[in-house]
Write a protein that binds this ligand. Structure first.
Ligand code: KG4
Ligand code: ZN
Length: 346
């Protein structure tokens, strides 16, 4: 089954063709980041206009790259929530128009479910598993008992993890979105011990002792990251400007290690209590190198599943994959239900 996926929930205009939910034939992403960077965040009005400019050429490229025609597509899957309403509308209207003209079934997709399904791509992963979804807008622990259901068992009570990364990165004068820049900066603290694991571990401990950052105590499987972000701000105010400038990479490391450690503790408890021993990571923050390192050291290879880096951040392959797994058994060839709306929140 060939599914055309369309994603415009935030600042990426994306289209992809995926076969049987797991095999990506094309995955085209236009990132608007450069256009939003000068404002230090996504401007919804600019995002919608750029989606409108790019959506048709991007869909066309996805078909061309996959060497398939609209006639060969079995269904169209599109992100319909959550996200920026003006942005979602562009993708959803493009999808509805194509579905109507070509008489194709259309499958509205919860973008967060899409992030989970990124893990099915190029893998033979099957539920049940526990999923950590950490993106710019969401931080959740989700139980995934089967291909179609999800149960959120914990979430952030304030900032999302990606938001905390972006805010701390801003304190460090890094460009928006700060997560990947902070990650790269933190890695430079380890350049002198690159080939030596023991030395790297000692340096990691030394840095965490020097720049102690708090792990928030929150009930159950919920998280809080706003205290951690404020702790970095207080540290910046407390230490001399020279020390801040010279040791930014170390402080970035202390911060991202603290986030990774928080996740590790909560998820281990969630897996233990739900008696599910497979862990899947999703969302933009899943690209974080320290999180990957901490998790790889704590969980076994069989327990842990990370999506490929390009499927962590927003893309349409994950939406096409979600379309397949949400509806694989249920798509009627003439099902063209165009009667659904976009939603800012789930
Ligand atoms: O899932 P995503 O692409 O978009 C949303 O749906 O939010 O996630 C974007 C978030 C941003 O906050 C970005 O800074 C963060 O993911 N991010 C990272 C890394 N790459 C992206 N955070 C930490 N380390 C990274 N390597
Ligand atoms: Zn996302």
């Amino acid at each position: 089954m060939l599914i055309l996926g369309i994603e415009t929930s935030c600042d990426e205009t994306a289209a992809a063709i995926v076969k049987d939910g797991r095999e990506v034939l094309s995955n085209v992403v236009f990132s608007q980041i450069q256009k939003h960077q000068e404002w230090g965040g996504v401007i919804p009005e600019i995002a919608s206009r750029l989606h409108l400019e790019k959506i048709l050429p991007i869909i066309k490229s996805s078909l061309d790259e996959a060497k398939v025609s609209m006639q060969e597509i079995d269904a169209i899957a599109v992100s319909s929530k959550p996200g920026l309403v003006g942005s979602l509308l562009i993708g959803v209207n493009a999808a509805k128009t194509l579905a109507w003209i070509h008489k194709k079934p259309i499958i509205p997709i919860n973008h967060l479910f899409g992030h989970i399904c990124a893990n099915y791509i190029d893998s033979d992963l099957e539920p049940p598993f526990v999923c950590l979804l950490a993106s710019g807008g969401h931080t959740q622990i989700i139980k995934v008992p089967n291909f179609t259901e999800i149960e959120i068992i914990g979430e952030t009570i304030d900032d999302a993890a990606g938001e905390a990364f972006d805010k701390v990165a801003r304190l460090m004068d890094l460009p928006y979105p700060g997560g990947p820049h902070l990650d790269k900066l933190a890695q430079t603290a380890f350049e002198s011990v690159k080939e030596d694991n023991n030395a790297a571990n000692s340096l990691c401990k030394e840095i965490r002792n020097k720049y102690k950052l708090p792990i928030a105590k929150v009930k159950g499987y919920d998280f809080s990251f706003s205290g951690l972000k404020t702790a970095v701000l207080r540290l910046k105010e407390k230490i001399a400007q020279d020390e801040w400038e010279q040791n930014k990479a170390q402080i970035a490391h202390a911060f991202q290690h603290c986030v990774a450690e928080t996740f590790k503790q909560k998820i281990s408890a969630a897996m233990e209590e739900s008696n599910i021993h497979k862990l899947v990571i999703a969302g933009g923050v899943a690209a974080n190198s320290e999180m990957r390192k901490v998790f790889k050291a704590h969980f076994t290879e069989d327990q842990l599943c990370f999506p490929g880096l390009k499927y962590c951040t927003d893309n349409a392959a994950m939406i096409a994959s979600a379309g397949y797994f949400a509806k694989a058994d249920a798509i009627e060839p003439d099902e063209s239900n165009l009667d659904f709306e976009v939603l800012a929140r789930v």
